[in-house]
Structure formats: C-alpha cells, structure tokens
Design a protein. Structure first.
Length: 69
C-alpha cells in the first residue's frame, strides 16, 4: 500500500506538503515522504479526506515528483 505520513505539526508548510483535515484535527500530509508500507503495519484508519483535501495532496505529490500540475 502506498501511504503518505500525516503530522499534527502544521506550523510550517513546505512545498510537497498539504494541509488536510484528518478526522476533526488539521494535519499536514507530507507527500515528500511518500512510501510503500505493508498493510499489516497500519494500525487504524483515521478517516477520509474531503475531495478538496485529496486534490491538495495530489498536487503536493505532483510537485514532489516534478509532474505537470
């Protein structure tokens, strides 16, 4: 499974990162740390992101991978 780590530390937003709402908390999706992880390592589902948040994450991934926006 391909995962993007989240952090609650949203003080600074760098290129390749996107602000998202994870559950009821604002988090930062760090697309610059995208990785593959075994499903067994995942503990619990935090929830789902909105369509707008998912678009922001996709844009951050594209920026990180130098793909056209």
């Amino acid at each position: 499974m391909v995962v993007i780590p989240l952090t609650s530390n949203t003080e600074r937003l760098y290129p390749g990162e996107a602000l998202v709402m994870a559950g009821s908390q604002q988090s930062k999706a760090m697309a610059d740390q995208i990785m593959a992880a075994d499903k067994q390592r995942l503990k619990s589902r935090l929830g789902a992101v909105s369509k707008a948040d998912m678009q922001a994450v996709e844009d951050a991934i594209k920026l990180h991978l130098a793909l056209p926006l």
